[in-house]
Design a protein around this ligand. Structure first.
Ligand code: DLL
Length: 437
């Protein structure tokens, strides 16, 4: 550890060396999966390959993908590769349908997770002297405990706030001198809003300096709002239960993408429709192979998350490649009247209007033959108090939407606080079309 890096040797390792390191781990992991799990043995057999066929890093493309349904079909512990008494912690992600996705950790998985979370937090500037307020949910969700383990390893003070009781959280942040806030970006917006309502001035009454936000897509414009309202430097943090939870990638202070910790994760980008591997720089679905996981090992996992990889060295000195902010999930993509729409595009347009607050909801229905696309969005308190021409505002929003996504939605402007808040991940889309022809 030094002033900049948690582990300088690893974080700044020349890419050629990093590739060799990855290949060494990959070979070991493939052999491990083949020997220890019937799931991978069968997958390999069906594809007509054995671990010996993997002779270069690129040969990974011979291995079939693993998908969410594989984990669901093998629920709860069918893909575990160690004796069950070697599993020391289990998490699960909710998922809206079917069996939950299980994350089962061996002792070494827990050590890696803690190390990667400490490295991630350190990268954003979290130090021993910090007071870390963790408002991600604790429990089965990996957010709360993931950040907890990382902050603990650094030696920072931890306030394990979890979700709920927003007013009390604000009081604690104020009274205990919180410097680092960890939560979903939507909860950060809600916290800022509540502070202002309660007469707390975040810039004056709090000592906040860093925010670590992830677990759901968010945009640059939300970042700008959070940063200016809370007076902090906001970082994007990414991960998923299937890999370890948070700790897969994080922004550095350059804010030009999230460094993927490639000494533990091998990333590929694919065309989500054909499965074809894309070159770095092209947008596609992220596919990860966990190089060091033992409890529930995972090869070529299709995340459904859409992003772009940049392998150029970063000005921060780190060599680990960067994924750009997740644009959305390929399965979140809406098809409205035949047009592909990502909720993040809608958010991008809305947040360009200072008259609007950041709470919105997309509603799609099909009362008859055609899709009806509407967006409910809250006005700010200030807009309500001033004489803004709401009809003109609606027309401007519709025009901008049309330019960006090619559709003209119905816009409903509502009062601040009318759209229900969530403590965990935000629910931005209400698709009422299912079952309707
Ligand atoms: O959300 C882990 C996590 C906790 C990440 C706290 C960051 C902070 P899951 O519940 O399994 O795990 O959900 C994983 O959430 O595949 C993405 O679709 C989405 N996601 C996670 N981080 C981001 C992010 C945690 N920074 C799924 N930007 C992933 C956009 C994100 N989407």
């Amino acid at each position: 550890m030094n002033e900049t890096y948690w582990n300088e040797k690893i974080e700044t390792m020349p890419r050629e060396e990093l590739r060799k390191h990855q290949f060494r781990l990959l070979k070991e992991k493939i052999k491990f999966c083949y020997e220890k799990t019937a799931f991978y043995r069968n997958k390999f057999k069906k594809a007509g390959i054995t671990p010996e066929n993997i002779k270069t890093l690129e040969d990974i493309q011979k291995i079939p993908f693993t998908v969410k349904n594989d984990l669901r079909d093998n629920y709860p512990l069918g893909m575990v590769a160690v004796n069950l008494d070697e599993i020391v912690e289990i998490h699960a992600s909710s998922g809206t349908t079917g069996n939950p996705i299980i994350g089962a950790y061996s002792k070494s998985d827990m050590e890696v997770w803690q190390e990667l979370m400490a490295r991630s937090l350190y990268t954003t500037g979290v130090r021993r002297q910090d007071v870390t307020h963790i408002a991600y949910g604790y429990g089965l969700f990996t957010g709360g405990l993931g950040f907890h383990y990382g902050a603990q390893k650094i030696g920072a003070a931890i306030i394990p706030a979890g979700g709920g009781m927003t007013q009390r959280q604000i009081k604690l942040m104020k009274d205990l001198g919180t410097t680092v806030l960890c939560c979903t970006p939507s909860f950060a917006v809600y916290l800022a809003e509540t502070m202002i309502k309660e007469g707390v001035n975040p810039r004056k009454d709090l000592k906040l300096r860093i925010g670590l936000f992830g677990a759901e897509p968010w945009s640059e414009r939300i970042r700008e709002r959070i940063e200016s309202e809370l007076g902090i430097d906001a970082f994007d943090v990414y991960g998923l239960t299937e890999l370890c939870g948070p700790g897969v990638s994080i922004e550095c202070t350059e804010h030009n993408g999230l460094h993927i910790w490639e000494d533990h994760f091998l990333v590929e980008t694919i065309d989500p429709n054909t499965g074809e591997v894309l070159p770095a720089g092209e947008e596609g679905e992220l596919v990860f192979t966990a190089l060091t996981k033992t409890g529930l090992p995972i090869l070529r996992y299709r995340t459904r998350d859409i992003s772009v990889i940049d392998k150029e060295k970063c000005a921060c000195g780190r060599t680990h490649c960067r994924m750009m902010r997740v644009r959305g999930r390929s399965d979140d993509m809406l098809i409205i009247r035949g047009v592909n729409v990502f909720p993040s595009q809608v958010e991008y347009v809305l947040l360009g209007f200072p008259e609007l607050a950041s709470q919105y909801q997309i509603v799609i229905d099909r009362p008859e033959a055609l899709d009806v696309f509407s967006i409910k969005v809250e006005l700010t308190e200030k807009t309500l108090q001033t004489q803004v021409d709401l009809t003109a505002l609606k027309s401007k929003i519709i025009e901008k939407m049309h330019n960006v996504i090619g559709l003209s939605p119905i816009i409903e402007l509502v009062k601040p606080g009318e759209i229900p808040r969530t403590e965990g991940k935000a629910k931005r889309v209400l698709d009422l079309r299912s079952g309707k022809i």
